[in-house]
Design a protein around this ligand. Structure first.
Ligand code: HMH
Length: 220
């Protein structure tokens, strides 16, 4: 029998807040086909700005992995993540054109700025690899699980939003998130109690910021 990892324990323990991120009204409205186009456009524009800030954060995780990780696979997984972010930024530009959004004119909203400030803090060299990696996994897995629910059988996602949902909801992205989760669990096994506690706090904080981020789009 496989032993259950710390991340799985957190997901169970913090199930209500985690579900409020992955089953947020905005996501549910995509899934049931009732989403308003202005909501989707708000999300798209704000997420483009977020992803631009996310790139240096992931780069900082890569640097920590190069310095601290004794497993070379970690570096490869994170580098793969950076490579797909390059593609993702091009995709955002293409998608913005489709929706008539002028990306150069988009102003970050408060929730977005707050989230990017959290990322900025996690880039500090005072934050260890395990904690930074935990944040990285949490950021990716919320999107993966949210959008996967919009492409699963029975979902009524509008056809023009399918490609967006597939970006994060596809199986490959799911496997990538599982790799990240295994990396986190492996690090947590060797971490001090204090470090494990810090990682859990950061996990929760990320999930809460994800809820706020979706709130921007559903106008809550
Ligand atoms: C707010 N969280 C947010 N945006 C994203 N693009 C992701 C997670 C996944 O990369």
């Amino acid at each position: 029998m496989q032993e259950i990892g710390k991340t799985e324990i957190w997901l169970r323990k913090h199930c209500p807040v985690y579900n409020s991120a992955t089953k947020h009204p905005f996501i549910l409205s995509i899934r049931d086909g009732t989403v308003e186009s202005h909501s989707f456009k708000t999300w798209l524009a704000q997420d483009y700005l977020f992803v631009r800030e996310f790139v240096p954060f992931v780069a900082s995780v890569l640097i920590k992995a190069c310095k601290e990780s004794d497993v070379s696979d970690d570096v490869e997984v994170i580098l793969g993540g950076i490579a797909s972010l390059n593609d993702e930024l091009s995709w955002f530009k293409k998608e913005a054109k489709k929706w008539d959004i002028q990306l150069s004119e988009v102003v970050p909203q408060k929730e977005n700025k707050d989230y990017c400030r959290l990322l900025g803090g996690l880039m500090s060299s005072d934050v260890g690899y395990t904690v930074a990696l935990t944040a990285f996994w949490a950021i990716e897995v919320v999107y993966q699980e949210s959008f996967a629910s919009c492409v699963e059988e029975g979902s009524k996602t509008p056809v023009e939003l399918k490609e967006t949902c597939e970006r994060w909801g596809n199986e490959g992205f799911g496997q990538y998130c599982q790799s990240l989760q295994k990396m986190v669990d492996r690090r947590l096994l060797k971490a001090s109690d204090e470090e494990v506690k810090k990682a859990e706090v950061v996990f929760l904080s990320i999930v809460e910021h994800e809820v706020e981020f979706w709130n921007m789009s559903s106008g809550n």
